[in-house]
Design a protein around this ligand. Structure first.
Ligand SMILES: [Zn+2]
Ligand SMILES: [Zn+2]
Length: 223
């Protein structure tokens, strides 16, 4: 009896707790499985969005320098092309990414060259230029700042006005050489409307400049 009793007690003591523990474990594993599945799905989604573009089926080989029929050939690794493409893409994205520069003075929606607003023809921008207000300040764009130091200003342009402007080129989404050139353009007045920002030189007339729309309106100024 005593032994039986002991056995039964020992059985009952030994049997029940592991059962409980097992149940807890199983439940936990289910939760972990769910979490794993969720993570896996997320990883697949991320891979589909960002990863698959550059996936190469080629095995990644060690780069080699081979000599074949007396000619030397560089054999790039399998991932070489993917890496090059990824770098090029990165540079292109960076080039075309527009960044708002909050430290610049906000300007009116007016072409910085011909003074016309963007109602009739769409303006492109904003571009930014750092300009010294001591020499000249484009009051048709913004109020003159009180500080007498080079100030960054927001600029808008008509496509044709800026395309005809010499020494300014569109590189990605940036206009090159704008800081220097805008100072020059603002120092030149238009032969037709007498306003500043004339970028185009008039043929056969020294130190005579004109705005693109002014030249277009006056047939005798041939571009
Ligand atoms: Zn214009
Ligand atoms: Zn003009």
């Amino acid at each position: 009896m005593e032994i039986d009793d002991l056995e039964s007690t020992s059985n009952s003591v030994h049997k029940s707790p592991p059962k409980k523990r097992r149940r807890v474990k199983k439940k936990k594993r289910n939760e972990e499985d769910e979490e794993y599945e969720e993570n896996k799905n997320m990883a697949t989604q991320i891979n589909q969005k960002f990863g698959s573009k550059y996936k190469s089926n080629r095995k990644d080989e060690t780069p080699m320098f081979e000599v074949r029929n007396g000619k030397s050939v560089i054999k790039n690794s399998g991932n070489h092309e993917a890496t090059v493409n990824r770098t090029l893409d990165f540079h292109m994205t960076k080039l075309f990414q527009w960044e708002e520069q909050s430290d610049a003075i906000e300007s009116s929606y007016v072409c910085a060259l011909c003074h016309e607003n963007g109602e009739k023809r769409e303006l492109f921008g904003p571009y930014y230029a750092t300009h010294n207000p001591i020499k000249y300040w484009p009051s048709f764009l913004a109020k003159k700042p009180t500080a007498k130091k080079p100030t960054k200003i927001e600029l808008w342009f008509h496509g044709s006005c800026v395309l005809w402007a010499p020494n300014v080129h569109l590189h990605g989404n940036q206009l090159t050489n704008l800081d220097n050139q805008i100072d020059i353009f603002w120092s030149q007045t238009c032969i037709v409307c007498r306003k500043t920002g004339a970028a185009i030189s008039v043929q056969n007339k020294k130190n005579t400049f004109i705005h693109y729309p002014c030249a277009k309106n006056k047939v005798f100024y041939r571009l």
